[in-house]
Design a protein around this ligand. Structure first.
Ligand code: SF4
Ligand code: SF4
Ligand code: SF4
Length: 330
C-alpha cells in the first residue's frame, strides 16, 4: 500500500484548499470528548489525529436520525470525512450490505456513500472499552476507507487504500511525495504497538463466533439479570456503528420520514393487531445480542459488532456486554 508524506503545516494549508471542493468534517476535541465538526478555516488547527474515538459513529453521516425520503435532497457538495477509526469504517460493511442491496438499494444512502471520501485515522491509543481485535477488526484501515492518516512527529502520512483514494490523490494530492522508508517503518511500528495493547486488553474475551454460540445457548436467567438495569433508552443501538433499523413515518401530503429506530424501545415489534413479541424487557434486551452475534451472521458476510465499545460507554444502566460474555464463558 502506498504511503505519501507531507509536513503537517503544509497539510493544514492543503485542507484549507480542499474546503473549496468538499464539505470537510473531522474529529475535534470539545468539552464532551472527541467528535466530528464541520471544518472551516478557523478550526483546521483543532483537528486531532490518531486518538479513538468520536462520540458519534460514522454511520450518522449516512443514516441521519431523521430524513425526509420523499422530498429530501441529495448531497449537493462532495464530503470529506477525516478521522474515523477503523471500527467505524468496518461498521459500514454491514450497512452497505443492507442499504446497497442489489434489488432494493436506498438512493439516499447510496448518494451519500458515492459522494463521500473517507480518510480514516489509525488508532495509536486505545480507550477503556475498545475491543476491535477480539473480532478481527484492526485498529487501522487496510480496506473500507479511501485513505488513512497517521501523524508522526511533524509529518502527516497518508496511506492510499481504495480506487476513490487513488483518484483523489491524482486530483488533489499531486504535491505529496512517497514517504521515506523510516517514516513508513515508524507508522508500521506504531500499528504493532496498538495491536499489542489491544490483544492484551481483549485476551479473555471470546471471539465473534464463540460469542454467538454463547449468546444463542444462554439461559433466561442471564438476560433477566442484565436487563434488570436496562431502562430501554436505546442509547446502545443509537451509538452503535452497525445498528440499522428504521421506521417510516407517514406525514401529510404523502411525505414520508425515515427515522432511526431501536429494538430496545418498547413497542419496537408491536404490530397493528397489538401483538408484541418483544413486549417483555428481557426479551428486548436479548434481541440486541441475538441480532448482533447470531442472526446477522446467518444472513450477511460482515460482522455486526466491530468492538468499538460505544454501547458500553453509552449505557445509563452501566451494562457492560463484555462482562456478560465473560460470565457466559465461565
Ligand atoms: S455492539 Fe457495541 S461494541 Fe459492538 S459495534 Fe455496536 S456499539 Fe460497538
Ligand atoms: S434489531 Fe436492534 S440490534 Fe439489531 S440492528 Fe436493529 S436496533 Fe440494532
Ligand atoms: S443503553 Fe443500556 S439502558 Fe439503554 S437500552 Fe441499551 S442496555 Fe438498556
Amino acid at each position: 500500500m502506498q504511503y505519501l508524506s507531507i509536513r503537517k503545516s503544509d497539510w493544514d494549508k492543503m485542507l484549507d484548499q480542499l474546503l473549496l471542493s468538499f464539505s470537510v468534517y473531522a474529529t475535534v476535541r470539545n468539552e464532551f470528548g472527541i467528535d466530528y465538526e464541520l471544518i472551516t478555516q478557523n478550526n483546521i488547527g483543532d483537528i486531532i489525529y490518531n486518538i479513538p474515538k468520536p462520540s458519534t459513529s460514522l454511520k450518522t453521516f449516512f443514516l441521519p436520525v431523521r430524513e425526509n425520503v420523499t422530498s429530501g435532497g441529495l448531497l449537493n457538495k462532495k464530503r470529506l470525512i477525516l478521522g474515523s477509526p477503523n471500527c467505524d469504517v468496518s461498521g459500514l460493511n454491514i450497512l452497505d450490505e443492507i442499504y446497497l442491496d442489489r434489488d432494493f438499494n436506498d438512493i439516499f444512502y447510496r448518494n451519500k456513500r458515492e459522494n463521500t471520501l473517507i480518510i480514516s485515522s489509525d488508532c495509536l491509543e486505545i480507550q477503556e472499552h475498545c475491543h476491535c481485535t477480539a473480532y478481527n477488526v484492526k485498529p487501522y484501515s487496510e480496506d473500507g476507507a479511501d485513505l488513512a492518516v497517521i501523524l508522526t512527529g511533524d509529518n502527516i502520512l497518508l496511506r492510499v487504500i481504495s480506487q476513490k483514494g487513488i483518484d483523489f490523490k491524482n486530483s488533489f494530492l499531486t504535491d505529496l511525495e512517497p514517504a521515506a522508508d523510516d517514516l513508513v517503518w515508524e507508522a508500521e511500528n506504531a500499528h504493532r504497538k496498538t495491536d499489542t495493547k489491544l490483544m492484551d486488553a481483549c485476551k479473555d474475551l471470546p471471539d465473534y463466533k464463540k460469542t454467538g454460540e454463547l449468546v444463542s445457548k444462554a439461559e433466561t436467567g442471564i438476560w433477566k439479570k442484565y436487563a434488570s438495569r436496562c431502562v430501554s433508552c436505546g442509547a446502545c443501538t443509537t451509538a452503535c456503528p452497525t445498528c440499522s433499523c428504521f421506521l417510516l413515518i407517514d406525514k401529510p401530503d404523502f411525505e414520508k420520514v425515515k427515522q432511526m429506530d431501536a429494538c430496545q424501545y418498547p413497542g419496537f415489534e408491536r404490530v397493528a393487531g397489538g401483538e408484541d413479541s418483544l413486549f417483555r424487557l428481557p426479551d428486548r434486551f436479548r434481541n440486541r445480542y441475538m441480532c448482533k452475534y447470531v442472526w446477522k451472521t446467518q444472513k450477511f458476510h460482515s460482522i455486526a459488532c466491530t468492538g468499538c465499545g460505544r454501547c458500553i460507554e453509552a449505557c445509563i444502566g452501566k451494562i457492560n456486554k463484555n462482562e456478560l460474555f465473560l460470565e457466559l464463558s465461565k
